[in-house]
Design a protein around this ligand. Structure first.
Ligand code: GLV
Ligand code: MN
Ligand code: MN
Ligand code: MN
Length: 389
């Protein structure tokens, strides 16, 4: 079913897909999802935080909910996000074909801006719903063009005045199950379940120096913020030991000219490790190295924690119940973040993974074999049947 959306949001410059919260491709995908849900007789509503809900039968409390997201990272793959949504729709097809109807409320959700590819904070829709981010902070987040979340929501026809913790929506989720493409090489059979997610967060380092002329400024006269920014990248690699992961995937010099010494450089650090203490220690080590390097170059440094979440251990009873209902599929940890990780703090939550033979994700090469995708749909349908009977 993913083939229905292959033309939406293709990124001809970077390769892969760029679909970000409330931009044109993401809105087009939302529209497509609504059409698909209505075609299956589901009742669609948007919650106050811009997340979509497609109810099979009556909306109600303690529902079984499945779904994922339709946005991508910049230049991302076809599977991360959309696979969980198309699999949910296809699972409903399988169940409707065999005459099954859920004995409890059931919905498919699409969460808004899961990757944070536009506004910087991942899982924005689920964070707002659960109160993990304040409405003030969220609404003032800016995209690279300076457009705030509030402005983007308004432009898309949503009321930003309504965002914030949504008690009613939370009460409706009895159990949440997200199907997702696996993002490493951890799964060697078609389908597995998730055990845990690494503690992870994002930090922004802003180095300020003196913008100047690349030819006329003597080396000894420079205060070049690119120097400490580069040392931060090296420090991140050095600090990521024993399973820790530290990444600089985005570094933006301002103004960004070949013959211009930058006046400021923004560096975004993504850091993950098995627990809170290890993650915090890794970030502290990188921050100290960045501070020393900034001082040596006569630059100022401001560090901002953009988002953070501790290790997620998925509900063991639900995980084991699903794994055994699927005939004993393996459980595996993941280093990737998910809306399921945000919801897991509030409701019993599980994830199904579909094998990714490339071990590549957040890149155009991300892949799953069609046979494995089909197994994923069957596993999700069996899970809905098991939990929803
Ligand atoms: C989301 O996919 C993340 O792990 O960053
Ligand atoms: Mn992702
Ligand atoms: Mn995802
Ligand atoms: Mn059971």
């Amino acid at each position: 079913m993913l083939d229905q959306i292959t033309d939406v949001g293709r990124d001809l410059k970077r390769g892969g897909y760029s679909r970000h919260g409330y931009d044109k491709p993401e809105l087009e995908l939302r529209h497509w999802f609504v059409e698909q849900a209505v075609k299956r007789g589901l009742n669609v509503e948007t919650d106050q935080n811009g997340n979509l809900w497609a109810w099979w039968g009556e909306r109600g409390d303690d529902a079984l909910v499945t779904g994922s997201h339709l946005d991508s990272v910049p230049g991302g793959g076809a599977f991360d996000g959309p696979l969980g949504v198309t699999s949910a729709l296809e699972a409903v097809d399988l169940l409707q074909a065999k005459g099954f109807t859920p004995a409890r409320p059931f919905a498919i959700t699409v969460f808004a801006e899961e990757e944070g590819g536009r506004f910087g904070v991942a899982c924005l829709g689920s964070r707002l719903l659960t109160g993990a981010i304040s409405p003030e902070k969220a609404l003032n987040l800016k995209d690279p063009d300076g457009v705030t979340l509030a402005e983007a929501m308004k432009a898309a026809g949503y009321d930003p005045g309504l965002v914030g913790r949504d008690e009613r929506a939370l009460k409706r989720i009895g159990q949440f199950v997200e199907l997702h493409v696996e993002q490493g090489r951890g799964l060697t059979v078609p389908v597995g379940v998730a055990s845990s997610i690494l503690a992870h967060g994002r930090w922004r380092f802003t180095f300020s120096g003196e913008g100047n002329h690349a030819g006329a400024t003597l080396i000894e006269d420079r205060r070049d913020p690119m120097l400490p920014a580069s040392q931060l990248v090296l420090a991140a690699r050095k600090a990521a030991r024993g399973g820790g992961r530290a990444t600089v995937g985005r570094l933006v010099p301002n103004p960004g000219g070949t013959n211009v010494i930058a006046s400021t450089v923004d560096v975004w650090l993504d850091a993950r490790d098995s627990d809170d203490a290890r993650t915090r220690a890794m970030v502290a080590e990188i921050s100290e190295a960045a501070e020393r390097a900034a001082e040596e170059e006569g630059c100022a440094l401001r560090i901002t924690e953009e988002s953070y979440g501790d290790t997620v251990h998925f509900d063991a009873a639900l995980r084991d119940d699903i794994a055994s209902a699927l005939g004993g599929v393996p459980a595996l940890p993941t280093g990737a973040g998910h809306d399921a990780g945000i919801l897991a703090e509030h409701v019993p939550t599980a994830m199904l993974f579909v094998r990714n033979p490339t071990g590549v994700s957040h890149a155009p090469e991300e892949f799953a074999e069609q046979a494995d995708v089909d197994e994923g749909v069957k596993a999700l349908a069996a899970t809905i049947e098991h939990l929803g009977s």
